[in-house]
Design a protein around this ligand. Structure first.
Ligand SMILES: [Zn+2]
Length: 94
């Protein structure tokens, strides 16, 4: 894929501690990456349905209604698999 994707990387936001469903690491901050225009200096909180990548093990989850992490449904997993932004994130060294 050679098409350049426009992304906005927002300043990280803090949220209530949530444990990764895979490794159990506590995640309490999010760096939201949006494919829409926005002000990068403005922290952005995750919203229900947003895809979450664990900062420790890179397990892919989603933000649940009411906060917290939940596993992807099979349908969502199929939708996001191979998304260029996700591929880039997963390839990034910690
Ligand atoms: Zn994890």
């Amino acid at each position: 894929m050679s098409q350049k994707m426009k992304v906005t990387i927002h300043n990280h936001s803090r949220h209530a501690p949530v444990r990764c469903l895979n490794c159990g690491a506590t995640n309490d901050a999010a760096t939201c990456i949006s494919t829409e225009d926005g002000d990068p200096s403005q922290p952005m909180m995750p919203e229900p349905g947003n895809i979450i990548v664990c900062a420790s093990c890179k397990h892919i989850m989603q933000w649940a209604d009411g906060g917290g992490f939940e596993e992807l449904s099979d349908e969502t997993a199929r939708e996001v698999a191979g998304h260029p932004l996700l591929v880039k994130l997963l390839a990034k060294k910690p």
